[in-house]
Design a protein around this ligand. Structure first.
Ligand code: HEM
Length: 484
């Protein structure tokens, strides 16, 4: 039944069945999502409720209020309504799947992302980072939009390190993949605001739907091709006919573990099971890192003092040695880690995340949210809450200095608990390796000096991020010191 007792939580009251959210959606777009969330949190407080069609959505934006849901081992189901918009992209991969299926998959997939295994990927990441930096410097200080270069960079990295497949640099297909993945992300959110496109049979006939599904086909075809490439090598190796010189490093690729499972337990992990996880990890493995790296470039270009400190730290670790980082080096990059965290605090690429409650959820002494309601964790607002952060709108990496006590639920860019990001350590290793390479070789100056936030499944800037990149040398340091 769609009927629920009127809630005692604050929030606008709506019409039966239609609720109230649609009232805010008319004539709006993805750019209105973040301002709306800010408005509701300001007006109704840390916990409020909206009705979306027949469904109740409770929004929590305080660390202690979201801890019970994030730590729950039973309430692990994602909100089905909102995820239905993204489902064609991820199918039933681990980011969406539910119940026993999710539990089994998560257990199978997790070991591929242990730090020990990740350390073997640093070299590949660094090699691609060098290639990226030399492309960036080829611009010779001219204004450069970094988006395409960054997305290609993280796509190549996930394909080589997790899938064991090296992408050819000239390949038109990678650009097509990156473009298609972006169209899917934006398309899914576009549909959310167009109520008349909700019925599938209408959406499929609309231009928006046609573009969306064409892009969905491109990303799945690409994943299938990656699997086919790797499988050939895998079989060659099994039958001893491999003469392509696959190394030990390649063997722990995520995809090999899946192929191994398929091989040793026929039927347990079918081709389509592999495809949905490979597609999921290709998208989740390249898009959030790229989005965060864009924000990092923006932050660095606009904070020369931070760039200076980062450079000092890199010099302390490497001196003028041009070698690539090791796992130990990465651990020494304390200030870089603070800068990445501060970027993720201000720009959490997953600004909110939802659950559909399978059982009642007690969030404080007075409040139980009944099963069947949705609970949305608003990481964006938690990250900018005055209760937890001084000057929350300012970019101040020093707040993450070792020794500062931070409530773990006030900083949740990777979520927390059983459904948190599988790729968290991978992403930190990747971003540190890339930014270490950037900082050691480039001096960034801003062209884009302010941004408005937009939402396309992940948080992004409405404006392109444009920077000028110059080769790093001592003169910049001297000029900078002279001017400041
Ligand atoms: C800066 C980089 C990244 C950030 C900020 C990030 C953040 C997140 C967040 C917040 C979630 C939870 C989403 C939700 O509950 O709705 C998540 C889930 C996930 N992430 Fe990431 N992520 C990043 C990079 C990666 C990478 C590199 C990979 C893969 C190599 C990855 C794979 C996944 C997967 C598979 C899930 C679903 C886990 C599950 O439901 O059990 N992520 N990520």
């Amino acid at each position: 039944s769609f009927y629920r007792k009127p809630s005692t939580l604050p929030g606008p009251r709506g019409l039966p069945y239609f609720g109230n959210v649609w009232l805010y959606m008319i004539g709006r777009s993805s750019k209105d999502i973040i301002p709306f969330l800010k408005y509701f949190v300001n007006y109704y407080g840390n916990i409020f409720e909206l009705q979306i069609f027949g469904m109740n959505y409770v929004f929590g934006s305080e660390a202690e209020l979201v801890k019970p849901i994030l730590t729950s081992h039973t309430n692990i189901t994602k909100g089905r309504f909102e995820w239905s918009f993204f489902k064609p992209m991820f199918r039933d991969g681990v980011i969406i799947s539910e119940g026993e299926k999710w539990r089994t998959r998560r257990k199978i997939l997790e070991p591929s992302f242990h730090f020990k295994i990740l350390k073997r990927s640093i070299e590949s990441v660094a090699r691609y980072a060098e290639e990226y930096v030399s492309n960036l410097l080829n611009s010779e200080g001219k204004p450069t939009e970094i988006e395409d270069m960054i997305y290609l960079l993280t796509l190549k990295i996930i394909c080589e390190t997790a899938m064991g497949v090296k992408l050819n640099t000239e390949d038109r297909q990678q650009n097509e993949y990156v473009k298609a993945s972006k169209l899917c992300h934006d398309g899914a959110v576009y549909r959310f605001f167009k109520l008349w496109l909700y019925p599938d049979f209408i959406y499929r006939r609309s231009n928006a739907g046609k573009t969306f599904f064409r892009s969905v086909d491109i990303i799945h075809d690409f994943a299938t091709q990656v699997i086919r490439n790797r499988k050939e090598l895998f079989i060659a190796e099994k039958t001893g006919s491999n003469n392509q010189g696959s190394t030990k490093k390649d063997k722990n690729a995520f995809l090999d573990n899946l192929l191994e499972l398929d091989d040793s337990n026929p039927g347990l992990f079918t081709e389509s099971d592999i495809e949905e996880e490979v597609s999921t990890f290709m998208i989740a493995g390249h898009n959030p890192s790229a989005a965060t790296l864009k924000f990092l470039h923006f932050a660095l270009a606009n904070h020369p003092d931070v760039q200076e400190k980062l450079y000092d730290e890199q010099m302390e670790i490497f001196g003028n040695d041009k070698r690539i980082p090791t796992g130990q080096d990465l651990q020494k990059m304390i200030y870089l880690e603070m800068v990445i965290k501060e970027t993720l605090r201000l720009y959490p690429i997953v600004p909110f995340q939802s659950r559909l409650l399978e059982e009642d959820l007690q969030i404080d002494e007075n409040t139980i949210i009944p099963a069947g309601h949705h609970f949305v964790v608003v990481s964006f607002s938690i990250h900018r809450s005055k209760k937890h952060w001084d000057n929350p709108e300012e970019f101040i990496p020093e707040r993450f200095a070792p020794g500062n006590v931070i409530n773990p639920f006030s900083f949740i860019p990777f979520s927390a608990g059983p459904r948190s990001c599988i790729g968290q350590k991978y992403a930190m290793m990747e971003m540190k390796t890339i930014m270490s390479t950037v900082v050691r070789q480039c001096w960034l100056e801003p062209v884009t000096t302010s941004i408005t936030l937009d939402y396309g499944i992940i948080l992004k800037s409405a404006e392109p991020i444009i920077v000028k990149a110059f080769p790093r040398n001592e003169n910049q340091r001297i000029n900078y010191k002279r001017n400041n």
